[in-house]
Design a protein around this ligand. Structure first.
Ligand code: AMP
Length: 542
């Protein structure tokens, strides 16, 4: 027998509808790329999103088509998302930190019809326009007066498009399983792969990620998502904020310590979220200027492991509770978060810190298992570590266009590529990663691509790249090279050669020359041995 409840598809416009009705006056504050602080509210965002949906339809955008967004966290970026999804199209977040070949690849691969962009990226777009011929035009998130002087074809002003429409528009009622958003992951090898979120998966993720033991934001909070919308939906805050009607503070392009401190204080922010690199910059600024954080209650930190020093400082010196979170683009992104279980409030500070150093326990609708190389499940005892696999309704089942083939095991679990322990209480801790990517400031640097570029140098016969810990960026690449016999290339020479080949922020922080690189039995570079060998190595940039 079937239940007798109403058919009500789980569509993302319901978030902004709810905010409009119940929290219409609640503020959305943005540090705009134009430099000023701008204030709007949920009702305005709702109205402008509807007008933008109409404008997109007039431009000929069809349901199911993909629109790129190359933008910082701002109210306009948010409006564009609700406008795109509200008329049945798909937002595709473009990470401006990708290097241009990757950007071109994902724009073409995802078949972007238009690109919505901040004015800060005009030069970037001009540089790649000839290689993205199927893009029909560019919509700049600004008004007519601030439109860039550019020869990009069909350059339009977002404000002008909105001004030309009224809000008399019914959201297009798509199926809840229809695609809603797209975000590419940059893997270690091969091209980036697209994770295609549905309306349903975004709604379910929002409900789970914002439950009380997870992010748990509420209408009384003032929320600063420093984590960019192009990093897996700003960890869902683009949806959970209107769901609860909290105040939102959008940082725009400035994420340095001073800019973030100003927003935290001026806008009385109670909850914020970002990768460790951002918080290192903030903590340094606070210390240098002898400042406190009187309003902030909770900070969610993820993307890479939270350093102990950071945890202790936030908790002890600033009385801010740290919520250590783990997830990935394929998981929408939240998988685990470190909320205490009953009784843990009574533990000593040191014991609590040790719990918070773990990546946390699974949110509702995320199932986890750890397995050995044979695929056998390992016990949850906090000691045995193995491949971490996950399944659930907001976890990817395939990549777009079938790239990467079958990605689930026969029980429907997805291999995260991380290696972890899980303790008796269900707290997971990452011990290693099976991939060898270098995480720099929340972004990934592929060691393999750097190695491939380096061996293009005629005096290098073999190269290996490993991440060396860095106080600001978390990790930075160290390039280890074996010179061609009889040659003595210099560090400067190698770096000069790489300059042309890789993005600036991918450049190795140092180059060392060795006689030999260790190999496994199957001829692969033995990164574990290299890491041990260079465990005490300190980069010249630290
Ligand atoms: P991305 O898909 O770019 O968000 O990267 C996901 C990967 O980042 C995960 O598979 C982990 O390797 C890593 N990661 C995310 N959060 C954490 C964390 N809290 N601690 C350690 N690694 C993390």
């Amino acid at each position: 027998m079937r239940g007798l409840m109403q058919e009500w598809p789980l569509l993302v416009h319901t978030f902004i509808d709810h905010a409009n009705i119940h929290h219409g006056e609640r503020e959305i504050v943005t540090r705009r790329v134009e430099g000023d602080i701008h204030r709007t509210n949920y009702s305005e965002i709702y109205s402008r999103a509807k007008r933008f949906s109409k404008a997109l339809q007039k431009l000929g955008v069809m349901q199911g088509e993909v629109i790129g967004t190359l933008a910082w966290n701002t109210y306009r970026h948010l409006e564009s998302w609700y406008g795109i999804t509200g008329m049945g199209a798909i937002y595709h977040t473009l990470n401006p930190r990708l290097f241009t070949e990757q950007l071109e690849y994902i724009i073409n691969h995802a078949e972007n019809q238009y690109i919505i962009s901040d004015t800060t990226f005009v030069k970037l777009l001009e540089g790649i326009e000839k290689n993205i011929p199927n893009v029909k035009g560019f919509i700049f998130l600004t008004d007519k007066e601030n439109m860039p002087d550019t020869k990009l074809k069909n350059s339009l002003s977002f404000e002008e498009l909105i001004d030309a429409e009224d809000e008399d528009f019914d959201w297009v009622r798509v199926d809840e399983n229809d695609a809603c958003g797209l975000c590419y992951t940059s893997g270690t090898t091969g091209n980036p792969k697209g994770v295609l979120y549905s309306h349903r998966s975004n709604v379910l993720h929002t409900l789970a990620a914002n439950s009380a033991d997870a992010m748990g934001i509420s209408s009384t909070d003032s929320v600063l998502p420093v984590v960019p919308m192009f990093h897996a939906n700003a960890w869902g805050i683009s949806f959970s904020a209107p769901m609860v009607g909290c105040k939102v503070v959008m940082p725009g392009m400035n994420m340095d310590g001073e800019s973030i401190y100003q927003l935290l204080t001026d806008e009385k922010v109670t909850f914020t979220a970002a990768v460790p690199t951002v918080w290192l910059m903030l903590l340094q600024y606070l210390e240098e200027n002898d400042l406190k954080l009187p309003y902030l209650n909770r900070v969610a930190i993820g993307g890479s492991a939270v350093p102990k020093m950071m945890l202790e400082k936030f908790e002890k010196d600033y009385e801010v509770s740290v919520m250590h979170a783990w997830g990935m683009t394929e998981m929408s992104p939240l998988g685990t978060i470190g909320a205490f279980k009953s009784g843990m409030e009574d533990l000593s500070f040191e014991e609590q810190i040790n719990i918070k150093l773990k990546q946390g326990r699974a949110t509702y609708m995320v199932e986890m298992k750890i397995t050995n190389d044979e695929g056998n499940e390992l016990p949850w005892n906090g000691k045995d570590f193995g491949h971490l696999l996950v399944r659930g309704p907001f976890i990817a089942s395939k990549y777009i266009k079938g790239e990467g083939g079958q990605i689930l095991d026969n029980q429907g679990f997805f291999d995260t590529g991380d290696v972890a322990t899980i303790d008796e209480l269900g707290f997971m801790q990452i011990t290693d990663r099976s991939k060898d990517v270098i995480k720099s400031g929340g972004e990934w640097i592929s060691s393999i691509e750097l190695e491939n570029a380096a061996v293009g140098h005629e005096e290098i016969s073999e190269a290996a790249v490993i991440g060396i810990s860095h106080p600001k960026w978390d990790e930075r690449p160290l390039l280890i090279c074996v010179p061609v016999e009889g040659k003595t290339p210099s560090k400067e020479d190698v770096l000069e050669y790489l300059k042309e080949k890789v993005a600036k922020w991918w450049m190795p922080d140092d180059v060392v020359f060795v006689e030999e690189i260790p190999h496994t039995a199957t001829g692969k570079i033995q990164k574990i041995t290299l890491r041990e060998q260079f465990s005490d190595y300190s980069l010249p940039t630290t």
